[in-house]
Design a protein around this ligand. Structure first.
Ligand SMILES: NC(=O)c1ccc[n+]([C@@H]2O[C@H](COP(=O)([O-])OP(=O)(O)OC[C@H]3O[C@@H](n4cnc5c(N)ncnc54)[C@H](OP(=O)(O)O)[C@@H]3O)[C@@H](O)[C@H]2O)c1
Length: 300
C-alpha cells in the first residue's frame, strides 16, 4: 500500500512516498482504512531521527478511518466501525491503512467529520490533559504560550468552557482568531511581560507553554506557583524552571469526551488545511516552520 514517510532519518529532503505492506494488528490494536490523518510537530522530529525510529517508516500519529481488522482479544469495536485514535509507536498514520491503539481509539460520531476527528487525539487530547492536570477553578487566569497552534486553540476553548480566563500569547496575525474563541490575545516579543500584566493586573494563576526555549523562560516568572507551569514543548527546561510536563491520558474515554464536545459545538480543532497524502511534504513544512494556524490534515 501507499504511505508517506522516510527510509533514512534526516531533514525534509528525506520525505518520500513509500510502498509498504498492509500492517497486521496485534493485541490492543485495530487496523483502519485511513480517511484522514493529522500532522503534528512530532512528525518532523520523528523524521529527523529524534525518537530513534528507523525507516522505512510512515509518519503520522493520529487518524480517523474505517475498521478493517481487529487484533487478537480486542473487543468493543467491529469491522466497518468509523473510529479515530492514536497510532501505536506514534508512526504509520500517513498511509492507506494504519494501525491504531484500541485503548486510545473511540467511535466517531456521525456529526464529526473524519478530518475533524483526526485532529483530536494528539493536540486536543494534550490540551484536555493539561487542563485536567491544572484543575483551575472558574475565574482563574491561564496564560497559553503559543495559543494559535494545534494544541493552543483547543486549550483556549476548553478553558473558556470551564470559565477560566485565558491570555493567549501569539503572533499578531492570530489575535482576531483567538479573541473569537474568547481569549485575550497578547503579542510575544519585547515587552511581553508588561503587556500580560496590563491585561491581567492581578497576575496569572497558571501557564501552559507550547513553544519552549526562550519563549518559555520569558513567561515563567509570571507563575509564582511553579507546579502550575506546564510545557509539552520543552521538557528539560520546564523541569529546570520548577514546572511540569503534561502526563497524557491516552484513553478511549478522553477521545469520546472530545468528540462529544465537538458534536455539541463547544470544541473546534480549527482545521485550516486539508491536503492530499502526496502533498505531505508541503503540509509538514508548514508545521515545521513553527507558525501554523490550528491543525493540518492529510487525506489518502
Ligand atoms: N504529549 C506531548 O508531549 C505533546 C503533544 C502535542 C504537542 N506537543 C508539543 O507541543 C508543541 C506545540 O504543538 P502544536 O501542535 O500546538 O504546534 P504548532 O501548531 O506549531 O503551534 C505552536 C504555536 O506557537 C506559536 N509561536 C511560535 N513562536 C512563538 C513565541 N515565541 N511565543 C509564542 N508563540 C509562538 C506559533 O505561531 P505564531 O508564532 O504565529 O503565533 C504556533 O501557533 C510542539 O513542540 C509539540 O511537539 C507535545
Amino acid at each position: 500500500m501507499r504511505a508517506y514517510g522516510f527510509i533514512d532519518a534526516g531533514g525534509p529532503e528525506k520525505l518520500t512516498v513509500l510502498d509498504v505492506p498492509v500492517p497486521e494488528p496485534g493485541p490492543d490494536e485495530l487496523r483502519v482504512r485511513v480517511r484522514a490523518a493529522g500532522v503534528n510537530p512530532g512528525d518532523w522530529r520523528l523524521r529527523n531521527g529524534d525518537y530513534g525510529v528507523r525507516g522505512p517508516a510512515a509518519l503520522g500519529r493520529e487518524v480517523a478511518g474505517t475498521v478493517t481488522a481487529l487484533g487478537p482479544g480486542v473487543s468493543g469495536f467491529a469491522v466497518g466501525d468509523e473510529v479515530f485514535g492514536g497510532c501505536p509507536g506514534m508512526v504509520g498514520g500517513w498511509a492507506e491503512q494504519a494501525l491504531v491503539t484500541a485503548s486510545f481509539t473511540a467511535q466517531r460520531p456521525a456529526g464529526v467529520a473524519p478530518e475533524v476527528a483526526a485532529a483530536l487525539p494528539v493536540a486536543a487530547g494534550t490540551a484536555y490533559d493539561a487542563l485536567t492536570a491544572l484543575d483551575l477553578p472558574a475565574g482563574a487566569v491561564l496564560l497559553v504560550n503559543g495559543a494559535g497552534g494545534g494544541v493552543g486553540i483547543p486549550v483556549v476553548q476548553l478553558a473558556r468552557a470551564r470559565g477560566i480566563r485565558v491570555v493567549g500569547v501569539a503572533g499578531p496575525g492570530k489575535h482576531d482568531l483567538l479573541a473569537g474563541f474568547g481569549a485575550i490575545p497578547v503579542a510575544y516579543g519585547d515587552g511581553l511581560l508588561d503587556r500580560v500584566r496590563a491585561v491581567a493586573p492581578d497576575g496569572v494563576d497558571a501557564a501552559f507553554d507550547l513553544v519552549g526555549g526562550e519563549a518559555l523562560r520569558t513567561v515563567a516568572p509570571l507563575v509564582a506557583d511553579r507546579s502550575r507551569l506546564l510545557s509539552v514543548a520543552d521538557k528539560p527546561l520546564v523541569r529546570e524552571l520548577g514546572g511540569r510536563e503534561v502526563e497524557r491520558d491516552r484513553s478511549t474515554a478522553v477521545l469520546t469526551e472530545l468528540a462529544r464536545l465537538v458534536a455539541a459545538g463547544s470544541l473546534d480543532p480549527h482545521v485550516t488545511q486539508v491536503r492530499r497524502l502526496d502533498e505531505a511534504a508541503a503540509a509538514l513544512a508548514w508545521v515545521e516552520e513553527g507558525h501554523a494556524v490550528g491543525k493540518v490534515i492529510l487525506t489518502p
